[in-house]
Design a protein around this ligand. Sequence first.
Ligand code: FAD
Ligand code: NAD
Length: 474
Amino acid sequence: ASASEEKDLVIIGGGVAGYVAAIKAGQEGMKVACIEKRGTLGGTCLNVGCIPSKSLLNNSHLYHQILHDTKNRGIEVGDVKLNLANFMKAKETAVTGLTKGVEFLLKKNGVEYIKGAGSFVNENDVKVALNDGGETTVRGKNILIATGSEATPFPGLEIDEKRVITSTGAIALEKIPETMVVIGGGIIGLEMASVWSRLGSKVTVVEFLGQIGGPGMDTEIAKSTQKLLKKQGLDFKLNTKVISGDKSGDKVKLEVDAAKGGKPETSTQIDADVVLVAIGRRPYTAGLGLENIGMELDERGRVIIDSEYRTKIPHIRCVGDATFGPMLAHKAEEEAVAVVEYIKKGFGHVNYGCIPSVMYTYPEVAWVGQSEQDLKNQKIPYRVGTFPFSANSRAKTNMDTEGFVKMLADPETDRLLGVHIIGPNAGEMIAEGTLALEYGASTEDIARTCHAHPTLAEAFKEAAMATNAKAIHF
Ligand code: FAD
Ligand code: NAD
């Protein structure tokens, strides 16, 4: 296909939202072009987000475990050394393998992959400044904005990705900093704090709110998480706001004060070798030429869409981080499939009440559905059942007993309302909760489903038992 031919769908952005939509549209027999300026496909997630961070989390956990958790298992190890360059290489191997894999999938599905930066000329034509030089224009019957997001900067503290970093710098440090301050105790903050703390940095997390974990984490789970992370050596300053920063000296200096509702700080200055800014992400639409088509953004820079992902120009749609909803790769993926279905067939579906969240710390934290505070705020009655991993036989054999499963259910109908897990493999276990919630299961349905023994998943079943009757092993 030539770039001058009119496409059924032109996609701007080759991240999870863009490349999944491209594959799906290719499968549906549509003529598709996908424009990506990064030079590789997969967007934030594959290049500088989900994938590299999970490589670092997995391998730093392994290193930390070898250092601190082998003797009691009867394993004696000799000299253990970290080779940071090779540790980073392992991450790069995972990233390259996956981004190349996506490129193959686009080819396989007949998608034209255009390497360059796309911008609207008018409502149907997208101009591409090609990475290799020159320019081309693609015309689309439909256009999908899938340009994703970028880190929200901290005012007055210039990012250099060496000493004042975003997550992109945090997955690529060349040296282990002695001290690190993380501004923002959300998911990025806690995952990256875990990595560098395990490798030897002294890490302090400064969080504006009275609770870590970012939006959506159940308060009881957040408290347990904080306790466990503290035991691992992380320091927390909650209800604390950073007022200003200065990186002119050897150390980066931050002035902090009590946020509204917090206790006044005794010390108002903290310094660190490296400061990670992790206060959220914002939609990225710069350079897209939205002004040429009169496209509106909301007050947070999100592309405004309707329930079928249409902007006010109906054949231009938007999915993923650039628009509403949680900034998660699997949410972007669901939307990407649904938006193609809307274009091709006129109907699609994403259940926004049933999108799981996982924080890949140790232990992992995962949840789906409503939290206890959500239910309280809405005055929805609920019943709680919990089951601790300390009473689960597999967790015992694995010497991995911290955490618990918590289920929330409707007291009348017993319908599952939310699942919250902190514990080993929580990120995998939440799939069961997600399926149950999607199918409208009751906790009795779960409790009466046979689970293999000995598995961690038995804790899931027993939490369901505890919600509608009594757990057997606790
Ligand atoms: P993006 O992945 O940001 O992709 C957008 C792409 O569009 C980019 O590649 C960009 O270069 C390109 N682009 C932008 N403008 C143009 C243009 N004008 N022309 C051409 N190309 C353009 N989510 C999870 O679910 N699980 C995780 O474990 C997880 N971990 C994360 C860890 C980190 C450190 C970060 C930062 C994020 C993480 N996320 C995670 C979030 C996840 O990465 C995003 O939700 C996801 O990438 C959103 O996909 P997207 O396609 O909407 O946007
Ligand atoms: P976040 O919104 O999850 O957390 C930001 C935290 O920073 C919040 O707790 C907020 O209260 C705090 N904060 C904001 N301003 C502050 C300030 N001035 N001082 C101190 N604290 C401040 O954002 P994030 O952690 O940056 O992550 C961005 C996005 O990426 C999220 O949507 C997240 O879901 C996604 N992500 C997901 C994963 C995952 O699924 N495992 C991993 C990484 C990132």
